[in-house]
Design a binder for this molecule. Sequence first.
Ligand code: GAR
Length: 204
Amino acid sequence: MKLNLGILGSGSGSNMQSIVEAIENGTLDAEIKIVLADVKDAYILERAKKHGIKCQYLDCAPWKTKLEGPAEDECIRILKDSGVDTVVLAGFMRIVKPKLLAAYPNRVLNIHPALLPAFPGVHSWTQALDYGCKVAGVTVHFVDAGTDSGPIIVQKAVKVEEDDTPETLHARIQVEEHKAFPEALGIIAAGNYKIEGRRVRIAR
Ligand code: GAR
């Protein structure tokens, strides 16, 4: 079933771009109804405008790390008014709270630049490098009330090279992110999956 997406971001929006491209080249049956950014000059808003996608800044003050209170209410109102059925956190650097999750049960997806449950939180690629991991990666998962803890839809591994810096590793993880998000959304659009406890069972 065609997805009506609402995308929340804070940064460059390269993941949103990968979703736009999947839609434009016909590999993903979806439409982006609205893009919201909690950072006024986030490049994700520029990218949205270039593609003629409705977008706006969402003031999330006074909180710095979560989406709660009046901003959360406003976010839900905008998503519902825009006809969104699936919420995509594409580099959205805030914790979403139960009210948004209740408005979109099992329909909020997040991308995290690590092989969860390893390295939740921020700068996960640096955490993986500092830990001495030989393999890093990316996870797309349903969002639940925890931090980076919901059922996993897609994961992709990335080999850590001897001469990697946080920047080079993150760049290669992003290449996989840009495949993983459209793939995960394709699974949701196809609807041939079941969530059983922590497992997302996909019929291929
Ligand atoms: C991506 O690497 C994404 O995995 C990460 O932020 C970046 C956003 O890039 N998200 C998190 O760290 C969430 N905890 P983008 O704005 O170019 O899509």
